[in-house]
Every structure is written in C-alpha cells, then in structure tokens.
Design a binder for this molecule. Structure first.
Ligand SMILES: O=C1Cc2cc(OC(F)(F)F)ccc2N1
Length: 148
C-alpha cells in the first residue's frame, strides 16, 4: 500500500558480536500501513535504490526515544528505538520534531499490537550490555516503567 511517511534517517547496524564494530548508514525510510521499510538511495539524484530491510508493524513491541550514545556526534542526537521480537533497532533523525512525528505515528499504528512492552531500556544496547542498567542479556526486561 502507499506510503504514509518517508524520511532519510541514519540507522545503526545490529551488532552481532560485542567485539564487531557498529556502523551507521543513511537510509530512506518508508512507513506504510503494514511495515516500516528502508532503502539505499542516491543522495545526488534523490532517488531510492534497493530495499535493504523492513519490519512488520505487528511485530513491534515498543517505540520510544533513546538516550544518545556517549560522545555521540551531533547527527546522532535525536535517537529513537523500534523494538521488535528480534531486538532493538536504533534510528537517528535530523531534529526533535521529525523524531517526535515518527514516534507519535508509529505509536498510533502499533497501539493494539499484542505483547507491547510495559518497561523499556532508556539507553541503548552497546558492546554487549545495556548502558542504562548494565545487564548483559539483550532480552533482559526493560529497566524503566512506561507510564501513561
Ligand atoms: O541492522 C539494522 C536493521 C535496521 C532496521 C531499522 O529500521 C527498521 F526498523 F527496519 F525500519 C533500523 C535499524 C536497523 N539496523
């Protein structure tokens, strides 16, 4: 189905091993009724290229802001997390307004999902541990209660 929102975000790769380097790539994100997908794109032509991945909205368990990583560069200030059954995904917006628009819309679209999280991690998973609570199990229950 047609797109609801589109945006260029930086995304953080999933770090398979705590010793493997993290990398950050600019991707073209497209939100539709059933999924959030991201693509490679040509910045010169402003053209979308290949699909790189997607997450079905029904698999999402949490969409929240996340604290910037320690010493994050300015382009990774406005961070948010999309948590699904395979773990957390980190996305960085160019400003607070764009980030908050996407979080608001994603929350609205997943509000009836089953197994939504009641607690989340306010900091990211990095190098084998949660930077908020220092638990070393990626599936560890969130350490902060979600209000409202
Ligand atoms: O390795 C990956 C794959 C990925 C996808 C993504 O955005 C989402 F949710 F798929 F739309 C955000 C971050 C990452 N990191």
């Amino acid at each position: 189905s047609e797109s609801i929102m589109e945006e260029i975000f930086i995304k953080r790769s999933q770090q398979k091993k705590k010793t493997s380097p993290l990398n950050y790539k600019e991707r073209w994100f497209v939100l539709t009724q059933e999924k959030i997908a991201y693509y490679d794109f040509d910045p010169e032509k402003g053209k979308r290229k290949g699909l790189r991945g997607s997450v079905d909205l029904e698999k999402i368990k949490c969409v929240e802001t996340v604290q910037p990583e320690p010493n994050a560069p300015q382009e990774r200030t406005y961070a948010f997390q999309i948590v699904y059954d395979e773990g957390p995904l980190y996305v960085y917006a160019k400003n607070e307004d764009v980030r908050d628009q996407w979080i608001k819309k994603l929350k609205e679209m997943v509000r009836f999902n089953k197994d939504l999280m009641q607690k989340y991690h306010p900091c990211s998973w990095m190098d084998g541990l949660w930077l908020c609570c220092h638990q070393e199990v990626k599936q560890a229950m969130g350490c902060k209660v979600l209000d409202n």
